[in-house]
Design a protein around this ligand. Sequence first.
Ligand SMILES: *[C@@H]1O[C@H](CO)[C@@H](O)[C@H](O)[C@H]1NC(C)=O
Ligand SMILES: *[C@@H]1O[C@H](CO)[C@@H](O)[C@H](O)[C@H]1NC(C)=O
Ligand SMILES: *[C@@H]1O[C@H](CO)[C@@H](O)[C@H](O)[C@H]1NC(C)=O
Length: 388
Amino acid sequence: MIGVVYLVYAGLLSAVLPVHNARHSPITQQDMAKYRDRVKSMFYHAYNNYLDNAFPYDELRPLTCDGQDTWGSFSLTLIDALDTLLIIGNTTEFQRVVNVLQDTVDFDIDVNASVFETNIRVVGGLLSAHLLSKRAGIELEPGWPCSGPLLRMAEDAARKLLPAFDTPTGMPFGTVNLLKGVNPTETPVTCTAGVGTYIIEFATLSRLTGNPEFERVARHALKGLWESRSEIGLVGNHIDVMTSKWVAQDAGIGAGIDSYFEYLVKGAILLQDEEMMSMFLDYNKAIQNYTKYDDWYVWVQMYKGTVSMPIFQSLEAFWPGLQSLIGDIGNGMRTFLNYYTVWKQFGGLPEFYNIPQGFTVDKREGYPLRPGKFLQSVVLYPITVDLH
Ligand SMILES: *[C@@H]1O[C@H](CO)[C@@H](O)[C@H](O)[C@H]1NC(C)=O
Ligand SMILES: *[C@@H]1O[C@H](CO)[C@@H](O)[C@H](O)[C@H]1NC(C)=O
Ligand SMILES: *[C@@H]1O[C@H](CO)[C@@H](O)[C@H](O)[C@H]1NC(C)=O
């Protein structure tokens, strides 16, 4: 229920906000079609060049125009591209790639993999493609959505991550060897996002496969973080998963923490879980109270609430969309506007932006094509502008 309530609330709010009267007229259907074609051709440019020059490696190196394994050795770009192929309507290519992946990808490999990245990209990518298959008109295996080749692959991959969660706190290690489990010398220090970004994929897996273990470990990890928050209601950046001691005590909404908050909200909506939403709303109160200045969000010491870095990070650009998901369109729009001024100042978002100085931070000027800012536009646009 709760997710539906919030979304309806978001819709109502947008109906009374003055942004409709903005001088910019909404994007026309013709414009939409033009942008859609442009996005498609950009996708095929990247996709075909990956296939021609980098497959079966994880990623294309665009300067040397060859391939390399980055996050594992599972043709990651193909897995990343699967659901996009469905969304842009290329079912024949999708079918071909599903067969290729089934024939070539093996998760029984001696690779030290990031638990977080393998979840959001491999498990998440396979699951979303699996679940989109029906709407895309793909021929389905009997028993779908509880059966199917992509679901089996997602479960295989996720099983390899489970040993990482076997800690005294239930919070996972950041890295696991897909063949041997956690390396004996592995560091017990994991970033907050690396602990709290599993519930969407793992609960989906549990409910589709009937194996409750995935959802159980993801919830246990969330509980570990919740119980480790400071007295003023904030979480830090890195935690020791053996002892629950905070190793990095900067609290904010960006790098190292970001998707923990995202998954609380989206997990609450997906699973209709009021407890998860109320965790987020409590964090949100502390974040608004201690880290927000003039609709910017800064970094603060998690126990004292004192400002440690007056910095906006490119990775924080997801936040306005998250605010809109809980119905707080006004806050979301004002912060979005701040971030948009940074975008306009540089023509892209630098990794770090010093807010009082109004400029980039030394050695953090780069823009590694992060999609967060665009995703927020996609979330906020239909809520705040009438589409004709
Ligand atoms: C689907 O993608 C493949 C590979 O890029 C391409 O050859 C084919 O023309 C595409 N089909 C459609 C319908 O766009
Ligand atoms: C994985 O990490 C362990 C511990 O650091 C190391 O000994 C091992 O060589 C690594 N394995 C691979 C395949 O990189
Ligand atoms: C907000 O911060 C003040 C201290 O600046 C504190 O006294 C108050 O309890 C905080 N409220 C919330 C909801 O965090």
